[in-house]
Design a binder for this molecule. Sequence first.
Ligand code: NAD
Length: 372
Amino acid sequence: MRIGIPKESREHELRVAASPDTIKRYKGLGLDCVVEEGAGTGAALADEAFTKAGASLADAAGAWDAEIVLKVQRPGEDEMGRLRQGQVLVGMLDPYMSREQVAAYASAGVTAFSLELLPRTTRAQAMDVLSSQANLAGYKAMVDAMAAYSRVLPMMMTAAGTVTPAKVFVIGAGVAGLQAIATAKRMGAVVTATDVRPAAREEIESLGGKFVGFIPEGAATAGGYARPLTPEEQAEQARLVAEHLKGQDIVVTTAQIPGRKAPRIVTAQMVASMKAGSVVLDMAAESGGNVEGSEPGAERMEGGVRIIGARNLPARLAPASSVLYARNLQNFVALLVSKEGALAIDMDDDLVKGAMLTHEGRIVHPNFADQA
Ligand code: NAD
């Protein structure tokens, strides 16, 4: 059986869905690997690194001509025509934002797995692409925000006087937010953070951050994610955030609700109350934005405050993020393959079922049943 790894075609996507390490592991499972020439260039992985690990090289058509195709992002329009009946497609297919494409996988007869849909259970940890990528994104967001800040992060006591430490505020303390907090702490900033899930308070404090805000009743869903706030809760949060923002130097926002537009938390009025020279980085800019007026991939000044809209942060660390992503994928693909190296999809496995969007011409994931 053959695994194909095409070069990612979407703009700003530098990651690749396999690494030399995972090629060796696929070989160990009895699978042949075909990598598109240049697929790893953006992740600092030369073609030779893949061939040395046992893969063969091909053009795009050759890489797509495989029983299992591994992708980072969902296929582009031009790639949809390459899909074929019975093929398995695995990646971060972003199904909530591309519902029509989910229907197209079904009509093409493709078995599509979107790893963002995996349940966040202990067994799924080794395949948890959301965590591996968000962890790096949270780090990069804080590094970018610090780089854009024109004062210094740690306290410095010098003969010429004392420089006070920067005050950093992180909104949303999931995987990305916690890594942002840890990164700012390492640099010596004074860090505060907020979230709406009860577990977040302790996690923030365990990293040396101070919790600010309030935890609404029942704000965490059974899946461990946050639910949207009611208008009253939003107003309460807005009051607390508005008060706290005034004194902050760097604000990094990471709040997300799966399958929905990101909650708007920082308004233009709040930004206007901040000190000149402050930096606001919106990690949720691509999913609607936590910060009013932020644009993915764009930066602007508003009353002396720099507002940065993040865009595909994991791709900006492609050598690191690809290696982790590739390993997540390999752990998942291992569930789909028999000892003899043949395709063996176990419909009773909760992880296989949890990530499966389409199978045998039908949409099978309950969250997309209305598309069927
Ligand atoms: P996410 O990307 O969906 O959201 C980021 C953060 O934003 C979350 O912490 C969320 O609570 C927060 N948020 C949403 N609305 C908010 C608002 N209005 N104000 C402030 N904060 C808001 O989350 P994630 O990083 O993917 O983590 C989701 C959950 O999954 C967490 O509970 C995390 O601990 C859990 N998790 C579990 C495992 C596991 O193996 N069991 C692994 C990773 C993550």
